[in-house]
Design a protein around this ligand. Structure first.
Ligand SMILES: NC(=O)C1=CN([C@@H]2O[C@H](COP(=O)(O)OP(=O)(O)OC[C@H]3O[C@@H](n4cnc5c(N)ncnc54)[C@H](O)[C@@H]3O)[C@@H](O)[C@H]2O)C=CC1
Ligand SMILES: CC(=O)C(=O)O
Ligand SMILES: [Mg+2]
Length: 597
């Protein structure tokens, strides 16, 4: 639908909308959200496509349709103001979802223009509520569902998807949806929400995205007994049986779309690490919870060093307590240790870092039996710990270590209680940092108000789901950052796509994280603003995407994309690369439709 146009000077790239071929006519077009323009079809197009008489006669402009939608949204807000938060959130999700199902161009324009307001509805926290209630909310399918019962069929099933080209897939097995646990097939809401962010932030064309649910059963007894449950009613497959399903899916996808990028999302920890190891050299894929989260957290951690007015090399001295030893917490520690090792010229490792890991059984040490292999490098030797022992509680660790940063990825709401937060007043940092990164809101380790009121007004605060800034009552504002992987995954996906790299390497991920880390000015970070506002997420994503492209070129991973070959990518300056990425972002506008048989 979009063409890359290179001007004579060959340094600048821009995208112009071309005509779009459609293989249907009449009502089939009105029922296809990719092409439907509702009352916006011009009369000439109505003639051309057999739509004359199927719509009210007046042609309504895109801007008018947009205003009409926003007016109904505002009325809904007004009419539901006395209802519960849950009711209001689901009503807002429903009205957006209905538009999504009917007219994608209008839906994405509304989403892009109002991303700050709508991200909390199509993404965290409301998407969590939607997943919990999915079977009841279900009206129309979106994306594809591959179940344990489809074994042996996936190679042909994949051709049921109507789009010739798919660039970006988000895949889940529903086993760890946000901090809500195993939601089985209902977890499909997460790939849908993540891909909405891909369209909004990275400008991936919605015709080239595919949300996928791998339904291998659920161990959630309540869902298995729910008469409305829409998934396979069996316990989760395990071991080789499970892997054979994922293998078959990955083979089927890449047989049809060899260049498709697959983002693994919200897999329980054992499969998150196992599948990343299994596929990262074979396919173009990454795990967002392990790798995307790590980059966003690292950018924030580097920001906390700058917020103290210290040089970045001081990262080596930072004491960081990570609460949660799952895919996200371990991903963060892995990347933080890589950064420390690089900064120290290899002299510092996980074992002698100043990072402390706590899980549901307390401080993780080498004395722990049955420790998950992925956590082993971060287990402290009790001999190196004065006054702390295996299994020490969060409060004990915080009181003893007096960390610069307390970072939560535990999925447990309120685990940073008043006592823990008050203990952070004794932090050795001039600006203690509290990252309550678990989602959705009710699973956050603490709220923003709790953090500022108990830990003090000089803290830096970040949360995975959005909170309002806090009025500190003295004319000052306690700034709330949203430390969410949404600042990276769209740029990782888009940058990888445009570089044509067959794999996503650590260097590409590092480049993404470093670009995000350097995005904020010193003035901002000193005010405690570590991440950009979500309002500029397209701009951030263009920068992150360009950093990924350049890293892929530098690593000789890039193979080029479309008309732009490796040589051209390699000749682009930094600014050209950003321009190239930006110019390849799809933007929702009605394009002329041409019928083709
Ligand atoms: N802000 C962001 O961008 C992201 C946030 N997350 C959030 O992180 C949370 C965890 O995700 P995963 O690591 O994938 O989950 P996981 O289930 O793999 O790990 C959870 C970890 O928390 C530990 N834990 C449980 N109860 C605890 C307690 N009372 N005290 C200390 N530790 C406790 C568990 O032992 C386990 O190590 C989820 O809520 C998820 O929404 C995940 C990815 C990105
Ligand atoms: C943000 C995200 O990926 C999660 O909470 O799992
Ligand atoms: Mg996730």
């Amino acid at each position: 639908m979009w063409k890359l146009v290179r001007f004579a000077a060959p340094r600048f790239y821009t995208a112009i909308p071309g005509p779009c071929k459609v293989h249907k006519r009449g009502t089939d077009i009105l029922h296809d959200p990719w092409f439907n323009k509702d009352t916006g079809f011009p009369l000439s197009e109505r003639d051309r496509l057999g739509l004359r008489g199927l719509l009210p006669p007046r042609v309504i402009s895109f801007e008018h349709q947009y205003d009409r939608f926003m007016n109904s949204y505002r009325s809904l807000e007004k009419n539901t103001c006395s209802q519960s938060d849950k009711f209001v959130s689901l009503s807002k999700w429903r009205i957006l979802n209905r538009l999504h199902d009917r007219n994608e161009t209008l839906y994405y324009r509304v989403l892009i223009d109002n991303i700050k307001e709508f991200a909390p509805i199509i993404y965290t926290p409301t998407v969590g509520l939607v997943c919990e209630n999915y079977s009841g909310l279900f009206r129309r399918p979106r994306g594809m569902y591959f179940s344990a019962k489809d074994k042996g069929e996936m190679n042909s099933m994949i051709y049921n998807w109507p789009s010739d080209q798919v660039d970006m897939i988000v895949l889940t097995d529903g086993s760890r949806i946000l901090g809500l646990g195993d939601l089985g097939v209902q977890g499909i809401g997460i790939p849908i929400g993540k891909l909405d962010m891909y369209v909004a932030a990275a400008g991936i064309n919605p015709r080239k995205i595919l949300p996928v649910m791998l339904d291998v059963g659920t161990n959630n007894q309540k869902l298995l007994e729910d008469p409305l449950y829409l998934g396979v009613r069996q316990p989760r497959l395990e071991g080789e049986e499970y892997l054979s399903i994922v293998d078959e899916f990955m083979e089927a996808v890449h047989a049809r779309w060899p260049k498709a990028i697959v983002q693994f999302e919200d897999f329980q920890m054992k499969w998150a690490f196992e599948t990343l190891k299994r596929y990262r050299e074979r396919f173009c894929m990454f795990n967002d919870d392990i790798q995307g989260t790590a980059g966003v957290a690292l950018a924030g951690l580097l920001g906390t060093v700058r917020s103290q007015g210290r040089p970045l090399s001081d990262f080596l001295k930072q004491k960081i307590v990570v609460v949660g030893a799952g895919s996200a917490g371990l991903g963060v520690l892995n990347m933080a240790v890589q950064a420390v090792s690089r900064m120290s010229g290899g002299s510092r490792t996980a074992a002698n870092s100043q990072f402390f890991l706590i899980d549901k059984d307390g401080l993780v040490t080498t004395e722990r039996s049955n420790l998950d292999p992925a956590a082993v490098p971060f287990a402290k030797n009790p001999r190196d710990l004065e006054g702390l022992s295996e299994g020490a509680s969060i409060i004990k660790v915080v009181k003893k270590v007096k960390p610069h940063v307390l970072l939560g990825l535990s999925g447990v709401g309120g685990v940073f209680n008043a006592e823990v937060l008050k203990a952070m007043r004794e932090s050795v940092s001039t600006k203690p940092a509290i990252f309550a990164m678990s989602n959705p809101t009710m699973n956050a380790e603490c709220t923003a108000i709790e953090a500022f009121s108990h830990a003090g007004e000089n803290i830096v605060f970040a949360s995975g789901s959005p909170f309002e800034n806090v009025d500190l009552g003295n004319g000052e504002i306690g700034h709330v950052n949203q430390a969410n992987n949404m600042y990276l995954f769209p740029g990782i996906g888009l940058g990888t796509l445009l570089s044509g790299a067959p794999h996503i390497t650590d260097e590409m991920l590092r480049a993404a994280a470093e670009r995000l880390a350097s995005y904020m000015t010193d003035g901002d970070v000193q005010k405690g603003i570590l991440y950009p506002s979500i309002d500029c997420i397209r701009k951030v994503t263009a920068e992150v995407g360009a950093a990924v492209v350049r890293a892929a070129v530098a690593e000789k991973q890039a193979e080029g994309h479309g008309d732009v070959g490796l040589k051209e990518l390699a000749n682009m300056s930094k600014e050209d690369t950003v321009e190239y990425v930006r110019g390849n972002m799809w933007y929702p506008e009605y394009c002329p439709l041409v019928h083709e048989k």
